[in-house]
Design a binder for this molecule. Sequence first.
Ligand SMILES: [Fe+2]
Length: 279
Amino acid sequence: MARIIGGVATSHVPAIGAALDNGKAGEPYWQPVFAGYEASKRWIAEQKPDVVILVYNDHASAFSLELIPTFAIGGADTFAPADEGWGRRPVPVVKGHPELAWHLAERLILDEFDMTIVNRMDVDHGLTVPLSLMFGQPAEWPCKVIPLAVNVVQYPPPTGNRCFRLGQALRRAVEAYPEDLKVVVFGTGGMSHQLQGPRAGLINREFDTAFLDRLVSDPEAQAAVPHLEYVREAGSEGIELVMWLIMRGALDAKVVERHRFYHVPASNTAVGHLILENA
Ligand SMILES: [Fe+2]
């Protein structure tokens, strides 16, 4: 059967992708950011997952205010990097796993999570930056990737609790897949940041640290935190953190924290990162 061997949480700051793509990763501003992922790159190279289920949000690249799925799963063979206004990122085309994706869609929908099924979609920095951080700049991504997009752009996003329960259902669905596959779930976005308004540039290290601690050791409590607290404490874009609860829900109640990294600033956000394994 397929099994989830671990989880990765990471910010997906677009400027990180631009820094890599433009050869600036070694510059003093960016070097500490990429240094925080060196151990993670070694970890994932050792784990050799067959499939990554990558939870992220689209930033008006594939969806828009005309179409806002709360949860969407990508069933296509391939997903091209999106053109977000300055050309497509020079990263490999993402190869999907349609058989597993369709199995997950079936299981999740019959488990009463109303997934939108997406069969053609370009993927933006929300998906490609985490791949770059974990795998570097290969000619081909070393595993299949199933995009799982969450609406955290237009109110109302799903609650943290709904995300956590979706993660639990995702695990049940993965484990019902007959083929032996090693799966890693990525939860991306965050941490504290606000891109507009009088509080633009907001960073809340205390909230971020408490979130990381609770995500690891008491995710049920974190799942109960309402939207308003994220927005008030972590800024308007800090709500992206609910996506990390999908990853966490897909793991055991008790996990081992293999790696943690927290860095301010990258662009105008706090970068947070965890590697978790089932205990
Ligand atoms: Fe984002």
